[in-house]
Design a protein around this ligand. Structure first.
Ligand SMILES: Nc1nc2c(ncn2[C@@H]2O[C@H](COP(=O)(O)OP(=O)(O)OP(=O)(O)O)[C@@H](O)[C@H]2O)c(=O)[nH]1
Ligand SMILES: [Mg+2]
Length: 423
């Protein structure tokens, strides 16, 4: 890959909670950023915040190894800034009174959104607060980059820690960033393999909070908000894979799905010097932009390595047809712009995937007449994996199937539990 000129948009990221950690890790691990940092004016800042350190250790490791790789390539260390913090659950005496019967969660467990928000608040107060310091150092690094920047704030919509902190953190951060930087929210939806997290009460509250924030006069997400759909990646991996110990298999498949989704989003965000990201954001029009990671094949699932490549044709067609089923968009959603980014090796017929996806997207989601759809090809390194990133701007909360379903799970909570998920 040739070094990108310094006029490229600098990409930076803040991650909160486990999903935020997966996104930060993706950006550091997949290699695109390493090449971007070869340009003299380039900077990359990453910040990871969680309650407890369980999901921070691996990204910390990758950050250390990125530093070493930069050094080995003679890229100045000051171009890359990385910090992470594991906050503690505050003592009950420091928190607003818990509802009757509720107990304080431990780090590593699900932290209800109200407790996550209060935890952030307690660590943000005062001029020398830990969060204030982290955000200021992050923003100073963003300022040091040449040209425009995009700052991605990534978290899981179905969790408590990320979604409970995201909006307050975004407001604090937006106030510190230079005018040349745009803050963009990245909220990942749960999928049907997520157990209790699937369409959780938190997800209902989190989507509501995003909706309200995007409409507010002081909306910190000046760049827009991506809602990432992970269902098709889950389905593609888990359909037809039934071997192995059930518990272990489930955990492994969840981890692989979430890595795949985060890698795919961040690989796209950092590609072409941020040009795809910037163009897609211009179409968001104050609403959410759906980013569907539509996985079409998984090596060895349905077709075994070594079998005739032509056997994949029918499989690819079948999974292209599943896009509307798993996109996370409610029937009736229509928009006037779409992008398709095909990632496939030459043997997986990228032209056929491209035209198949275009037909499906046009017939389900595009308004007749003025609508248009751009498509791009990328040669994917893994010969037997093919997927499409489908980007559809203009989604409101009622356009998301995960909103209504999560509302139903919220309605089942008792009054005390409801209060804990509000933030
Ligand atoms: N099981 C599993 N889920 C993951 C993983 N990475 C991300 N997720 C997603 O995480 C979502 C739940 O949100 P988390 O990011 O774990 O939540 P959090 O912000 O850490 O908040 P808490 O609920 O307080 O832990 C689920 O919808 C999963 O899809 C992983 O490695 N394993
Ligand atoms: Mg967590």
């Amino acid at each position: 890959m040739s070094p990108t000129p310094s006029a490229a948009t600098c990409i930076h990221a803040v991650g909160i909670g486990r999903t935020g950690a997966a996104h930060i890790e993706a950006l550091i691990r997949t290699g695109e950023v390493e090449d971007l940092l070869a340009a003299p004016g380039a900077r990359f800042a990453a910040l990871l915040i969680d309650i407890g350190d369980e999901d921070i250790l691996v990204p910390d490791d990758y950050a250390r190894s990125l530093k070493a790789r930069l050094k080995s390539r003679g890229i100045p260390a000051e171009r890359f800034h990385y910090e992470s913090v594991a906050l503690a659950v505050p003592p009950a005496t420091a928190l607003p009174r818990l509802p009757k019967g509720a107990s304080l969660p431990k780090a590593g467990e699900h932290i209800p959104r109200a407790i996550a928000k209060a935890t952030l608040g307690l660590n943000s107060n005062g001029a020398d607060s830990p969060i204030g310091g982290l955000l200021q150092r992050f923003s100073d690094h963003v300022k040091a980059g040449e040209g425009p920047s995009v700052v991605l704030l990534a978290y899981g919509l179905a969790g408590g820690t990320g979604s409970g902190m995201a909006i307050d953190l975004a407001r604090d951060l937006a106030g510190r960033l230079p005018a040349t930087a745009r803050l963009v929210g990245v909220g990942q939806l749960s999928h049907s393999g997520d157990g209790d997290y699937f369409n959780s009460p938190s997800q209902y509250q989190a989507i509501d909070a995003v909706d309200t924030t995007l409409k507010a006069a002081d909306n910190p997400f000046g760049g827009g908000f991506f809602v990432i759909s992970s269902e098709q990646s889950w389905q593609r991996l888990s359909a037809y894979t039934r071997t192995g110990l059930k518990e272990v298999r489930q955990r492994f498949k969840q981890m692989v799905t979430n890595r795949f989704v985060a890698d795919s989003f961040m690989r796209w965000a950092a590609s072409a010097g941020g040009a795809h990201l910037v163009r897609a954001l211009e179409k968001s029009g104050g609403k959410c932009t759906l980013f569907d990671v539509a996985k079409l094949s998984h090596p060895g699932v349905q077709v075994l390595p070594g079998e005739a490549i032509s056997k994949w044709d029918a499989v690819l067609q079948q999974w292209i047809g599943f896009v509307p089923t798993y996109s996370g968009l409610a029937d009736g959603f229509k928009t006037d712009y779409a992008e398709i980014h095909v990632h496939a090796s030459r043997v997986m017929q990228p032209e056929m995937i491209d035209s198949g996806l275009k037909d499906v997207i046009a017939s389900h989601y595009l308004k007749n007449g003025s609508a248009h759809c751009l498509s791009f090809h990328n040669e994917f390194f893994d010969v037997l994996t093919a997927y499409g990133n489908v980007i559809l701007p203009g989604a409101g909360k009622d356009d998301l199937t995960g909103y209504k379903a999560a509302k139903a799970s919220y309605e089942q909570l008792d009054a005390g539990a409801k209060v804990l998920e509000q933030a």
